[in-house]
Design a protein around this ligand. Structure first.
Ligand code: C2E
Ligand code: CA
Ligand code: CA
Ligand code: CA
Length: 279
């Protein structure tokens, strides 16, 4: 690179140019993907520790691009956010997820909660609330079966702007989960002001940590706080027997993770419910 110093000439850095091209290309394919219906939702079951029964699912987006193959959401969500394509993609996700929960009801398989990941870019849209309510009325799903997952860092970033909309949605009966909890350093003061129903403890707290590790006591403290506040506490990323024992001792309400099941394509998720598993 030139003696850029201040990063002025960064555009001539070949690595940067490459990354830029990749993004432009990815964005182009994303746009196509949306019109060609290349996105899919997978559903990962959530299980009550008390009853051992599936009580709901988290919807996780998958993209099978003819040109790029399977692309991880960890790669494309950021690009979709920067290009605002996430707004249309996110609307599609909410509608599909509501359809799925309603389908289970229609087929007599029971009433399950469906949790949907929401990007901060979506939340900032003026018509976000309308879109959510529209998805519920289009599909006929009652609001208490929809849960919006919002990351802790997202909320803290634009607390004042987001709280009114979230409060409104909560008042309609929709559930609100704070995702990746424990990674965003929200103060207890914030927590009390948020209209949330659910805490999802980030998997970094669930991973195998020695009994005396600070993370483990922190995880327990988080569960205690959540329960004191009347919130449902979900442990995510639970993979092993040992972790199950750990979250049981911590008095979590719900678990989600490979120990139970990977995220499943819709028909497999339906088949799982039909088999009426107990964990
Ligand atoms: P997340 O919301 O924290 O979702 C949990 C991620 O952990 C998922 O990755 C899931 O497949 C994975 N996971 C589940 N159980 C286990 C386990 O036992 N062990 C481990 N190591 N991982 C587990 P995935 O599906 O690749 O999604 C990655 C992230 O992409 C999500 O993280 C979420 O932030 C984002 N994402 C996924 N779908 C959507 C969507 O529809 N909209 C938006 N805005 N973001 C999405
Ligand atoms: Ca999530
Ligand atoms: Ca999470
Ligand atoms: Ca995450």
């Amino acid at each position: 690179a030139k003696e850029a110093g201040k990063g002025k000439y960064m555009i001539f850095d070949p690595a940067f140019l490459q990354a830029f091209n990749d993004r432009v290309l990815l964005e182009k394919h994303l746009r196509q993907g949306l019109s060609n219906e290349e996105f899919l939702l997978y559903y990962q079951p959530q299980v009550s520790l008390k009853t051992g029964k599936v009580i709901g699912f988290e919807a996780l987006i998958r993209w099978n691009s003819p040109e790029l193959g399977f692309v991880s959401p960890l790669t494309f969500i950021k690009v979709a956010e920067d290009s605002r394509l996430i707004v249309s993609i996110g609307e599609w996700v909410i509608l599909q997820a509501c359809r799925f929960a309603k389908r289970l009801q229609n087929e007599g398989l029971g009433h399950y909660k469906i949790a949907v990941n929401i990007s901060v870019v979506q939340l900032q849209q003026e018509d976000f609330v309308d879109k959510v309510m529209e998805a519920l009325s289009t599909t006929g799903l009652a609001p208490q079966y929809l849960e919006l997952e919002i990351t802790e860092s997202t909320i803290i970033e634009s607390f004042d702007r987001l709280i009114p909309n979230l409060t409104y949605l909560r008042a309609q009966g929709i559930q609100i989960a704070l995702d990746d909890f424990g990674t965003g350093y929200s103060s207890l003061g914030y927590l009390k002001q948020m209209p949330i129903t659910t805490l999802k403890i980030d998997k970094t707290f669930i991973e195998q940590v020695p009994a005396e590790d600070d993370k483990r006591s922190l995880a327990r403290a988080i569960v205690l706080i959540g329960r004191k506040m009347g919130l449902q506490v979900i442990a995510e990323g639970v993979e092993t027997d040992r972790q199950i024992r750990h979250v049981k001792r911590s008095k979590c309400d719900v678990i989600q993770g490979y120990y139970i099941s990977k995220p499943l394509p819709e028909e497999e998720a339906v088949a799982l419910i039909r088999s009426d598993p107990a964990y």
